[in-house]
Design a protein around this ligand. Sequence first.
Ligand code: ZN
Length: 345
Amino acid sequence: MTQMIFDGHNDVLSCLAAGRGEASAFGRALPGQIDGQRARKGGLGGGFFALWPRDEHALDATDPGPEATAYDLPLPPEMLQADALKSVKEQIEIFDQLVAQGDLRLCTAAADLDQESGPLAAILHMEGAEAIRPDLGELDWLYDRGLRSLGLVWSRVNRFGTGVPFRFPSDGDIGPGLSEAGRALVARCNEMRILVDLSHLNAAGIRDVAQISTAPLVATHSNAHAVTPHARNLTDAQLRLMAESGGLAGLNFERSFVRPDGRGDSDVPVEWLLAHLDHLLNHLGEEGVALGSDYDGCDPPDWLTRVENLPLLVQAMERHGYDGARIERICWRNWQRVLRDTWGA
Ligand code: ZN
């Protein structure tokens, strides 16, 4: 039987908003890495669907090219709140359409993950809080629309904090911590029981969230810095803070976050993904590691290009000696565990 997978991050919504495929075709076939048909083949049962305030310049800052061995791509410019809100609204409409079509079902409680079949279980996540004004005015509206997970920043600066650039090698200790508004946003998310995502946040920002937040520290799609010293990955000190909080990290498939040399080359032996999992397990424990593919937002290894390839990763975990219970936790149950601890139900 195919192992079912709940995944910590995909960018299907912003791809559809960019015109890469029609939302009406999700259940059949899309040109990208995830669609309904391929999800069924690969055992994907659900995941975090990101709203990403889209800015055409931003993607230029993410790709070092396959040959680069050291790089420091500049942070893209800040985004205007009105532009970000417009972009997010477009993507929420697409999300609602996918739910109405029966392709997705909105998850707002950990018990929604009891069921592994049927429409994909979808958590509405926002990657970067640019759409929210400093008085946090839009947060209630977003919550009403289903938002239950929020990354304060993507890899750029906003009024709440600073994201890490795509830099290698780097420990992500770049720029200041959270602003006053950023600290207030974390506290408000705690009150509303919205998950606060650490992925893309800089080191000072992560320290601030760790100090303020009363919830488990979660990085939905980030890897181990000890294996690949990329700014987007988590240092051992950060993993310790996360472990103390009962937190979790989701394994990202992006080549340059997985390859120890930080290159964007598609030749990525599975051993390197397993090295990240082993390291994360050592630091975060059996209940602190899951998957966060970044499908439709990253360049995965050539053998893991699309969602139907997920069983190859599961088979590699088996060959590596992970038992069934551990695989089940990494692939599904740990997400449910941390959501229960964060959302309270
Ligand atoms: Zn991301």
